[in-house]
Design a protein around this ligand. Structure first.
Ligand code: AMP
Ligand code: MG
Length: 357
């Protein structure tokens, strides 16, 4: 298949182009497009065969459900059994935006889209290209992140091309995304709402609208017997080819530890890589040092994380060390992705505690 890659203006997407992309979706084809979080791989969410094509193109396990993207509240009412009051409040506060909510599905949603579940994940993105495409493609676009399953989510069209060129009909290139981490997921199918995946919309931001909300226990504990409730969170994800280790502790302890590791690797003829912040970059003595941005700029750190993990796959390194990024607002979301990429391999220097799963 020849994948068409077309540039699209973020604020004023060309009408003819969006109509053409929408037509591909209505005919059961696949179009990758920018959202404010990461690039999505879109297909008609109410068409079972489109969803099957999405799983095939990504190599995604078929029990890992897709998120349906909508452009207005009326569309939500047509695919779910009910919308709880608290979900309505969250929608008022944060839709359109980087928030996904899970509801009981109705008969309009095929099981192919929900990975066989009775529930459906729904998001209303704010990105103008995403909104225009949803409206022109029939109103219900199932769209997981547009990467090969297991690789870091794409934050620009080039990442999508790397993974999916030749496997999908079209890529809309709207440049770099704004947030760079996938949406926050809140589940409304149990008695109390629960956060299944942290994201830009933080636990605190949700708490301000509907009162305190818990994180899914399967997310917080690195014990592999406690399974996360979002099926996708249990899979190995984002991992670069070279093994990644996170090092947490005071800035000095982290630099000393990483440098001593790099020296001993070098003695054995191996090459090390480091994911650093701007402030610390010059202190590392590794073969490859890449900065994720300034430590105070947590939005920058979030936006650069997946790109840096991908960039290390192009480097000839045997292992990678990363600083930890427990930033105030997005720290939970950033560390959730980084820990997954590291297979939960983190070294705590101050407590002299090492955990490896
Ligand atoms: P992605 O679109 O690639 O960011 O992945 C979507 C995430 O949402 C995965 O972790 C899924 O497991 C999760 N998800 C989608 N639908 C549901 C659902 N009905 N129940 C629980 N988790 C879901
Ligand atoms: Mg994904």
């Amino acid at each position: 298949m020849n994948t068409k890659v077309v540039k699209v203006d973020r604020e004023h997407p060309d009408r003819e182009l969006i109509e053409c992309a929408g037509e591909i979706l209505k005919q059961g084809g696949l179009v990758a497009f920018p959202t404010e979080t990461v690039y999505g791989l879109g297909g008609d969410g109410l068409n079972a065969s489109s969803s099957e094509k999405i799983y095939a193109a990504k190599g995604r396990p078929s029990d890992n459900p897709l998120i349906i993207h909508i452009a207005d509240m009326e569309s939500l009412e047509r695919i779910v059994r009910e919308v709880p009051e608290e979900a309505r409040k969250l929608a008022n506060a944060y839709w359109p935006g980087p928030l996904t909510m899970i509801f009981q599905k109705n008969e309009n949603v095929p099981y192919e889209t929900t990975g066989g579940l009775e529930s459906v994940a729904v998001r209303m993105p704010s990105h103008p290209v995403a909104r225009a495409l949803i409206m022109s493609g029939g109103g219900y676009i199932a769209a997981p992140s547009a990467n090969t399953s297991g690789r870091p989510s794409p934050t620009c069209a080039e990442h999508v091309e790397e993974d999916l060129s030749g496997r999908i009909d079209m890529i809309l290139d709207g440049g770099e995304v704004e947030i760079g981490l996938e949406s926050t997921i809140v589940d409304f199918t149990s008695e109390k709402p629960v956060i299944l995946r942290p994201g830009y919309i933080s636990q605190e931001m949700i708490g301000k609208v509907i009162g305190e909300v818990e994180m899914d226990k399967g997310l917080l504990i690195t014990d592999s017997t406690v399974k996360p409730k979002a099926p996708g969170m249990k899979y190995r994800h984002y991992a670069p080819k070279a093994g990644l280790t996170i090092v947490q502790g005071s800035a000095k302890a982290v630099k000393d530890y990483i440098n001593s590791q790099c020296r001993s690797l070098e003695k054995n003829g191996q090459r090390a890589g480091v994911i650093s912040t701007d402030e610390n970059q010059k202190f590392y003595q590794a073969a490859v040092v890449k900065s994720i941005g300034r430590r105070e700029d947590e939005e920058g750190i979030a936006r650069h994380l997946f790109g840096i993990l991908r960039a290390f796959d192009e480097e000839d390194v045997d292992c990678i060390y990363s600083e930890a990024f427990d930033t105030p607002q997005m720290g939970q979301a950033i560390m959730n992705r980084l820990l997954k990429a590291a297979g939960h391999h983190i070294i705590y220097l101050e407590e002299q505690k090492e955990e490896s799963k």
